[in-house]
Write a protein that binds this ligand. Structure first.
Ligand SMILES: Cc1cc2nc3c(=O)[nH]c(=O)nc-3n(C[C@H](O)[C@H](O)[C@H](O)COP(=O)(O)OP(=O)(O)OC[C@H]3O[C@@H](n4cnc5c(N)ncnc54)[C@H](O)[C@@H]3O)c2cc1C
Length: 302
């Protein structure tokens, strides 16, 4: 099916993009890689009267590091992230996540900003950004705003952004010491299907093997990605042994509060809730082993 006819505008700069979005504020969408927007428009699930193409805005592309964080431009593609020199070694959770995304075409065209602005719990980045306590920078007619990853997505397919506001950058805090471990695990029926459960975790351990910082994000279960706060509380200050791991599943299931749980032809809600506990145990066990062996490696060098 063809999309409904729409006005197409190509932005020449960030300021121009915001101006075009503001002028068409009532019925407009920015276009990044188009991997979600175009199929939704063709299915007529979304029919914006105006599309503002931001795809050529060089100021929203690229990755740079400063003292506090790694800053990723919203228009950076998944392939550019995968191939970035910054990821090798220092940001294991970013690397683990981006490897899981789609196929080559989706990684080549899809942008990290488009993925997050899509606010789809079943994609990979939202859970990871919650685990990493990332900040999102946006810009609109009233200037710049900073959003916590936890509160960026309000409901499925709806973010905290105004219609004339763009996500411009994602700031991922720099990892603390060398004793960091991470893991991103997702369950799909077949490779490339929508996920049935996603767990993303990053742990930092001290030299006694106790967790000093913990971030756990869960996707593809609740209608939006969530932080597993009770799991983080369980792990903080502890070594992750078999007794602790056995409690992970129940604490993860507590993360959803009164939230609706996804249920569809791929997996009903009770299956998703059941399987996410097992995925979380595996994910945390893997992240902890990585962190503990990084800590042991440091100890040897001292
Ligand atoms: C076959 C297929 C397989 C896929 N598999 C995976 C997968 O395994 N894992 C995964 O995580 N994802 C997967 N995806 C989803 C894909 O990653 C997203 O479609 C993609 O990331 C969206 O990014 P985009 O740049 O194409 O955004 P677009 O499609 O251009 O935009 C998506 C939405 O975000 C808005 N938007 C875009 N950029 C901005 C911005 N900077 N500021 C504000 N709003 C913005 C648009 O208006 C639109 O509403 C898959 C998609 C397809 C088609």
């Amino acid at each position: 099916m063809y999309p409904r006819a729409f006005k197409y505008e190509r932005a020449t700069s960030l300021e121009n993009a915001i101006e075009l979005l503001s002028r068409n504020r009532e019925d407009v969408r920015p276009l990044a890689g188009g991997m979600s927007l175009i199929p939704l428009a063709k299915l007529r699930l979304l029919s914006p009267g105006c599309i503002v193409d931001i795809g050529r805005l060089s100021e929203l592309k690229g990755i740079k590091q400063d003292k506090e964080w790694l800053e990723i431009g919203a228009l950076t593609t998944n392939t550019e992230i995968l191939e970035s020199k910054w990821l090798s070694g220092s940001y294991p959770l970013l690397l683990d996540t981006v490897k899981e995304i789609g196929d080559v075409q989706v990684r080549n065209r899809g942008t990290i900003g488009g993925n997050l602005a899509q606010a789809d719990s079943s994609t990979d980045w939202p859970a990871t950004m919650i685990a990493l306590r990332a900040k999102f920078v946006s810009r609109g007619p009233k200037g710049e705003r900073i959003h916590d990853a936890d509160s960026f997505c309000i409901e499925p397919y709806t973010t905290a952004l105004d219609p004339d506001e763009l996500l411009t950058h994602i700031r991922v805090p720099n990892p603390a010491s060398g004793s960091v471990g991470a893991s991103h695990i997702k369950l799909e029926r077949r490779k490339g299907d929508y996920a049935i459960g996603i767990v993303s975790a990053q742990l930092e351990v001290d030299n006694e093997g106790k967790c000093v910082s913990v971030g756990v994000g869960i996707g593809a279960v609740g209608v939006i990605a969530v932080r597993a706060s009770k799991t983080e509380q369980l792990l903080k200050g502890r070594r992750v042994d078999a007794d602790t791991l056995a409690k992970v599943g129940d604490t993860v299931r507590d993360s959803f509060g009164g939230m609706d749980i996804l249920s569809d032809i791929k997996a009903p809600s009770d299956y998703r809730l059941d399987v996410i506990g097992t995925l979380a145990e595996r994910c945390i066990s893997k992240a902890y082993s990585m962190a503990a062996s990084a800590g042991a490696g440091q100890g040897k060098g001292r």
